[in-house]
Write a protein that binds this ligand. Sequence first.
Ligand code: PMP
Length: 365
Amino acid sequence: MLVSVRTLTARNSQSLRLQLCRSFTSGTVDGFTGAIGNTPLIYLKKLSEKTGCKIYGKAEFQNPGGSVKDRAALGIIKDAEASGRLKPGGTVVEGTAGNTGIGLAHVCRARGYRCIIFMPNTQSQEKIDLLKMLGAEVYPVPAVAYEHPRNYNHQAKEFAEQLPNAVWTDQFDNVANARAHYETTGPEIWEQTGGTLDAFTCATGTGGTLAGVGKFLKEKSGGKTQVWLADPPGSVLHSYVQSGGKLKERAGGSITEGIGQGRITNNLGTFVTDVDGSLHIPDEESIEMVYDVLDTEGLYLGASSALNVVAAYKLAQELGPGKTIATILCDGAYRYQSRLFSKKWLEAKGLVGAIPEHLKKYAVL
Ligand code: PMP
């Protein structure tokens, strides 16, 4: 049967329209919060080839608020709503180094809550500006240790207690945080690796990601998937794991924002004793990886993501070829670029020497 060109075109365009309609409806999500999660798992080609392993990074920078903490923010707010603590028109108060605050500020805007953030005054200007642009009220406070009564978390708690209809979301000890990762990030990684994951590693701030993802993977694999902690300088967790549970005093610091911990939070809980091992990653290696993944993979990552990639690479070397290893790409470098890509800042931190000559061209600020 002969079919005229016009009929063909009409039929084709009709079926194309139908296909588009179908894929549009099946691909839609419900608002900002509906877009959280289901992030891609990126195969890191160069590092995989170097080690003979399959190394993957979970692209959490693709969450709509730009970081892994969108999941925790949504989980915590949903939990506060479900328990009746957070009521329509209420206020959310949090102490945060930035990303949880940014996630909370987005979710608060989307759900009609007021958002108040207390943060240490050592954090990048980009994060402070963004929080304000998202309508949050920001209080930068001196960066003092958790034991100090003026620590940003205690100030957030006190503030919420004095404000009517306000909730302190308490990301460090509120286990709705780890639960969000147990219910979403962990299952996604398991499914994306077809249940063949040998090891998972990531650094911790609150511990929500490590404990939530780690617990899920261990349960699902019947204990076969190893979970390793990755820890920056100035954090006590690495030595805690290495010494079998001795908590030493916090000393020193790191250029990696959002990670490192001085205590065992509720979110980490007993899971910290279930990890299979721990890796201490010096800042020199994290900053080199920021530049290296940009150069070799085209990925523009923040320093905690880079630290995680270093940890995954070291774990691949430790476990030997043929293994499948996943880690978290927590956020993009956009949030820290005035630091990470500034020659002056790198010099002040004594980190210029950590960047190989052929990668120095990326330090353009
Ligand atoms: N990376 C960055 C950039 C973060 O902001 C955070 C959270 N503070 C983390 C990693 C650690 O995540 P978690 O709180 O789940 O341990």
